[in-house]
Design a protein around this ligand. Structure first.
Ligand SMILES: [Zn+2]
Length: 186
């Protein structure tokens, strides 16, 4: 059957973003893919709020990109502020005691730039997703530095990464601007 191949997640996100759906016939016939489209829409993979479910391909990709052009230094570096932290209202919790599945959401801001950040503790470590906005629009202009790693934007216009320890320092880097996101307590 011609339409029996399922589109992968990247193709689905692409279709949601562009509104062009080349596998229309497949969607009509395949309930699995229709469900997936529903989930992706709900999670805002195409537009809108943070899509935080990292695809395996994106996780692999971010692992593969250990460092990107270390020589490049932004012209100026400014410090961003935390304007929302879902852990702020919670009692202090030693990170080692944090239960699996616990989630922390943080919003950073500097001038017109906003970064939405989500960390989820899993059995195998922590999963992180972050997305940067320039005003209301998602921007792909930055590289995210966490420790010695530099990550590029992957699927869903998000940074995805995995780590045993949550990040204490993060920086957004573009050619013109570095944004120091301060130090995080976990
Ligand atoms: Zn399908």
């Amino acid at each position: 059957m011609r339409n029996s191949t399922h589109p992968d997640k990247i193709q689905l996100i692409q279709a949601l973003r562009t509104g062009r759906i080349p596998f229309q016939d497949h969607l009509k016939a395949c309930e699995n893919c229709r469900t997936l489209v529903g989930i992706l829409k709900w999670s805002g993979a195409g537009v809108g709020p943070l899509a935080w479910e990292p695809s395996e391909a994106a996780v692999r990709r971010s692992k593969a990109i250990a460092r990107i052009d270390q020589s490049r230094k932004p012209l100026k570096t400014l410090t961003g502020a935390i304007i929302f932290d879902s852990w702020k209202s919670q009692p202090a919790l030693a990170v080692r005691q944090a239960p699996f599945g616990i989630e922390r959401r943080i919003r950073f801001k500097l001038q017109q730039y906003t970064m939405e950040f989500v960390g989820i503790r899993q059995m195998t470590g922590w999963e992180f997703v972050a997305r940067v906005y320039d005003g209301d629009a998602v921007t792909r202009q930055f590289v995210l530095q966490t420790g010695t790693r530099k990550l590029v934007v992957g699927s869903g216009d998000c940074f995805h990464w995995h780590s045993q320890q949550p990040p204490r320092r993060m920086r957004l880097l573009s050619k013109l601007l570095g944004i120091d996101l301060g130090s995080l307590q976990w």
